[in-house]
Design a protein around this ligand. Structure first.
Ligand code: S3P
Length: 442
């Protein structure tokens, strides 16, 4: 059982100033644990995100036979069991709120001859899993029990995994990654063809751990990924860069709170994750990339951001995969712009930790901002500010909670959320970090 809800209020104060480093990237942290668990020997991870989603994934991997140790803060050691080497867990694997942990682990388990039951909290139980099970069943796994393609579900991994060619029906790095992780156990080439490129951390990390994986352009904007199965994965050190999806919150706060100036250190700038920075700059935000460099195989930079005026823009659907988790906070920025911002092609937001399309519109409307949903598009009428004064329902969704708090830092009246406890799924220390920059959150 979770603890009691933790209401939280954000109110306007002076400018935000100073420097900070947000926690490690959630996508890379989860992948580092899973690949560490599938390698033979000991993987050292530095800068791991110690958020609830990652900790729940670590617990599940331990139940599958990997040994995970926290050497010190953010430094973890994973003793892996090798591809196909997971042991049958004694109990249900509980992924809490983590869609990524659950879906990637489904892929990894699908290639092992074991049976495991997957479960999560009420938010995760409402999210679609059928889309992941389809390719895994083609590889040879069997779904033994699942209510309506949702959790809780029991998966029997393949005894004789078959390589497949898989074209994900939606742009989803989780789907792509689940198929690739299952393909690790199959002989020969597993191929994933994506119509729109999504975050490529799984591909990069598989290569880093010694797998033979090729990525080629396909069908215009798309990619064809070919993985040779049954490699012996070799442990490699992983350094986790700061999460751009977490940096998004202080970044937008600094843009909309007048007089602010912040430096955010070591933010990952993988081009498949930078749609928000691109969009904010098109809106006129003053963001500079300082000291651009490569850390642990990923592009990173220190971001200097200053408050300034914004104009509304049209955000194309093709950009969605590179900023899929950033729309709630972009919508907040759009309220502070002059003119309409149209965010196109947001169908996938309906199946995130909450129906994020509806929750984002509700968060704005409840605080005096005109927002409408038109099909799969979100349109925000920016008036250079927001009245605030609302109580936002967060629906167990960390990003709705943080977006609402950013809104409250710049709106006329304070903004309250019903429950800030889910912020810890991706951004432990959010409140303290924002306070260190001058924000008033209580
Ligand atoms: C993630 C992929 C995205 C994103 C999620 C993390 C990942 O989900 O929303 O927070 O690490 O692969 P989808 O693949 O479902 O779009």
């Amino acid at each position: 059982m979770r603890a009691e809800p933790v209401p939280l209020t954000a109110r306007r104060n002076g400018p935000l100033s100073g420097a900070a480093r947000v926690p490690g990237d959630k996508s890379i942290s989860i992948r580092a644990l899973i690949l560490g668990a599938l390698a033979v020997g000991e993987t050292r991870i530095a800068g791991l995100l110690e958020g609830d989603d990652v900790v729940n994934t670590a617990r599940a991997l331990a139940a599958l036979g990997a040994r995970l140790t926290r050497a010190r803060e953010r430094q973890w050691l994973v003793h892996g069991v090798g591809v196909g080497g997971f042991a049958e867990p004694a109990n249900t694997l509980d992924f809490g709120n983590s869609g990524t942990g659950c879906r990637l682990a489904l892929g990894a388990v699908a290639g092992c001859p074991i049976t495991a039951t997957f479960d999560g909290d009420a938010s995760l139980r409402s999210r679609p899993m059928r889309r992941v099970l389809d390719p895994l069943e083609r590889i040879g796994a069997r779904t033994l029990a699942s209510a309506d393609g949702r959790l809780p579900l029991t998966l029997a991994g393949a005894r004789d995994p078959m390589p497949i060619v898989f074209e994900p029906p939606v742009a989803s790095a989780q789907l792509k990654s689940a198929a690739l992780l299952a393909g690790l156990s199959a002989p020969g080439a597993t191929v994933v063809i994506e119509a729109e490129p999504t975050r490529d951390h799984t591909e990069k990390m598989l290569r880093h751990f010694g797998a033979d994986i090729r990525v080629e352009p396909a069908n215009g904007r798309g990619r064809r990924i070919t993985l040779t199965g049954q490699p012996e994965l070799v442990p490699r050190p992983v350094a986790v860069p700061a999460d751009p999806s977490s940096a998004a919150f202080p970044l937008v706060a600094a843009v909309i709170v007048p007089g602010s100036e912040l430096i955010l250190h070591g933010v990952m700038m993988n081009p498949l994750r930078t749609g928000l920075v691109t969009t904010l700059m098109e809106m006129g935000a003053r963001i500079e990339r300082l000291d651009e460099r490569n850390e642990g195989g990923e592009a990173v930079a220190d971001l200097r951001v200053r408050a300034g005026s914004l104009c509304g823009v049209d955000v194309p659907a093709a950009r969605a995969p590179s900023m899929i988790d950033e729309y709630p906070v972009l919508a907040v920025a759009a309220a502070f712009a002059e003119g309409a911002t149209v965010m196109r092609g947001l169908k996938e937001l309906r199946v995130k930790e909450s129906d994020r399309l509806a929750a984002t519109a509700a968060l704005l409307r409840g605080n005096g901002v005109a927002a409408e949903i038109d099909g799969d598009d979100l349109i925000v009428q920016g008036k250079g500010g927001a009245a605030g004064g609302g109580l936002v329902t967060t629906h167990m969704d960390h990003r709705i909670a943080m977006a609402a708090m950013v809104l409250g830092l710049a709106s006329d009246k304070p903004v309250k959320i019903d429950d800030g406890s889910f912020i810890a799924t991706s951004f432990p220390g959010f409140v303290e970090l924002m306070r260190s920059l001058g924000a008033v959150l209580s």
